[in-house]
Ligand binder design. Sequence first.
Ligand code: MTE
Length: 315
Amino acid sequence: MRAFRYPKPPPSEITPRQLFERRREFLRQSASGLALAAAPALWSTSAWSWTGRLGDAKATEFTTYGDKTPKEAIKTYNNFFEFGTGKDDPHKNAHKLQTDPWSLEISGEVEKSGTFGLEDVLKHQTFEERIYRLRCVEAWSMVIPWVGFPLAELLKRHDPTSRAKYVVFETLHDPEQMPAQRRDILDWPYKEGLRMDEAMHPLTILAVGLYGDVLPNQNGAPIRLVVPWKYGYKSIKSIVRIHLQEERPVSTWEAERPNEYGFYATVNPEVRHPRWHQATERRIGEDGRRRTEKFNGYGEHVAHLYESMDLSEHR
Ligand code: MTE
C-alpha cells in the first residue's frame, strides 16, 4: 500500500519567505487592527505550532466538572515504567525524552497508512478540554483536565478497512532516552489495544496537554491515550505507532500477568484484583476513600458496548 501524505497547500497559498520572516513586525504593526484581515494567510505557513492552541481548547459535553487533582500531584505521582517503577521516578527521569520532532506511524488495516510528523497530524485536529477521572488498578484516582481530541477523528482520516477490528498502540522504544527499557521489567515496547468500537467511541481521546499546557513528559508527552471508563493502564503514553488489525492483540499487562490483567481493563468494583480490592479508591490529594463507580462513572455512555459480555470473565 502506498504511504499516505497529508495534502500540501498549493504553492499559491504558501506565504513568501520574506513576508513570513517579517510576521512579528507585521503583527506589531497590525495592532491598529488594519492589517489583521491578512493574518490567517500568514499563520498557514510552516511556522504553525499546535502548542499555542492548547489553552484555547473548548470544554466538551462529556466533561466531568469536579474537584480537579492539583497539577503538582498529577505531575509527580505517575506510572511510566520506561523511566522506573517508583511513582516518583517518571518526574525525576522523563526530562531525557525528546518529544520534538515526533513521528506517528499509522499502519495495518487502513487505506491511508504512513508515518507522519506530529505537527502535521495535529494541524487537522480541533482541541477540546475534557476533565476525566483516571482510575488506577492499585486503587488510586485523579481528576485531570486533559486537552486532546477524539481518537475517532484521527482514525477516520485514515480510512479503516472493513477488516479493522482492533487498534494496537505502541510506545517509543529507545533505551537511550527511556533508561528503564535497558532492564527486563516488561516486554518493551509497551503495547495497548482497544476494540474498534471502543476506539471510535467519542469519550476516547488522544491527549496532548493537561491544565491547558503541553503534556509533561512524565504524563506521556507528546501524545497519549485516555479511555476514561478503563483502568489507567489503558492510557498508553508517548505513542509512536497506531496499528489496525483483525485479530485481538495482547496488551503488555495481559501478557505479563494474565491472572491479574485482562484485555478489557474496564473499571469494575465488583471484580477483585488478586492483590487489591477494587470497591473503593483514594483520590490523590484527598483524605479518606470513595466508593468506586462501575465504568468509572461513565456507564450511561459506554455500558451498551459490553451488553452481551460477562465483565467478570472479560476483565
Ligand atoms: N504507558 C507506558 N508507555 N508505560 C507505562 O508504564 N503506565 C500506565 C499508563 N500508561 C504506563 C503507560 C499506568 S499503569 C497508568 S495508571 C497510567 O499510565 C498513569 O498515567 P499518569 O502517570 O499520567 O497518571
